[in-house]
Write a protein that binds this ligand. Structure first.
Ligand SMILES: [Zn+2]
Length: 128
């Protein structure tokens, strides 16, 4: 009964990605060692970035150095088709920059964005 243990940092790995890891690791043992896939056990452990150290520093701190704080997301909904999406801070900042440049900016301004469904500016910010 082959056993494969994959340890990864806990950073929003999706269910689909985990399934691919399980399928891929299983297939690797089938291909290389000619094992029966029905007997192969794969366990994925997600380890907090606080508990994962590299070179004397925890991954939480390393991630902050490399990428800065995590991006914030803003909920947006289309008033016409109800399409909902979480917009990344970088997109909002970019649109705010344009509004400032065009003199449309005011305090607490949130840009209205194009809905992919209607291709019009119908995607509006939904405060929490
Ligand atoms: Zn829409």
């Amino acid at each position: 009964m082959p056993y494969i243990n994959i340890k990864i940092t806990d950073e929003n790995v999706t269910k689909e990605q985990k399934l691919k890891l399980i399928q891929g690791a299983t297939q690797l043992l089938v291909d290389v060692l000619d094992k029966n896939p029905a007997t192969i056990v794969v366990v994925i452990d997600e380890v907090s970035t606080d508990n994962w150290g590299i070179g004397g520093e925890c991954v939480t701190a390393l991630r902050k150095q490399k990428f800065g704080p995590p991006m914030e997301g803003y909920s947006y909904r289309c008033s016409r088709c109800n399409f909902e999406v979480v917009m990344n801070e970088a997109i909002i900042d970019f649109e705010i920059g344009i509004a400032e440049f065009e003199g449309r900016y005011f305090e607490k301004f949130m840009p209205v964005l194009a809905c992919p469904g209607f291709n019009q500016e119908t995607l509006e910010y939904v405060p929490d």
